[in-house]
Design a protein around this ligand. Structure first.
Ligand SMILES: [Mg+2]
Length: 146
């Protein structure tokens, strides 16, 4: 069984720039309004694998926006498989490492799909399979499976 950990912003939905005048701004509704990448969602929905979310969020209000977005657009991810970490306070990859240790999964069967190169590099060091969002889109177009 494959275990696929999914980033949200720039992976399941459109990347949006958050930097205004050298300041990062997440207005209320920022995550609720994100447009889904339907091609990716349809592909994941049909993929035979256990699916998880690993996503960083700036505050509890935004956590709530993310949970609601997932409930609406990603019903194929069970709520207990959603990991939301606190942005800038915790490296989400550290949390992923703890989670994998607790589940005792064979890391050859574990994948991270993300648009951040730094996270993909860390995934590789952890012995899990990194897939950049752009590569996933290529695989979808070629009708390849993970
Ligand atoms: Mg991202």
């Amino acid at each position: 069984m494959k275990h696929i950990f999914l980033d949200m912003d720039g992976t399941l939905n459109e990347y949006t720039n958050t930097v205004h005048f050298n300041k990062v701004v997440f207005e209320p509704g920022f995550f609720s309004k994100k447009r889904p990448l339907w091609m990716v969602l349809y592909y994941l929905q049909d993929l035979e694998a256990e699916k998880y979310i690993i996503s960083a969020s700036p505050s509890e209000i935004h956590d709530d926006e993310k949970y609601k977005w997932l409930k609406r657009f990603c019903p194929f991810v069970p709520t207990e498989n959603i990991i939301i970490t606190r942005w800038q306070e915790e490296n989400k990859m550290d949390r992923l490492e703890q989670y994998l240790d607790a589940l005792d999964l064979d890391r050859d069967d574990v994948y991270l799909i993300d648009d951040e190169h730094e996270y993909l590099r860390q995934a590789e060091k952890m012995g899990i399979n990194p897939i950049h969002t752009s590569r996933l889109i290529g695989m979808i177009e070629r009708k390849e499976t993970i």
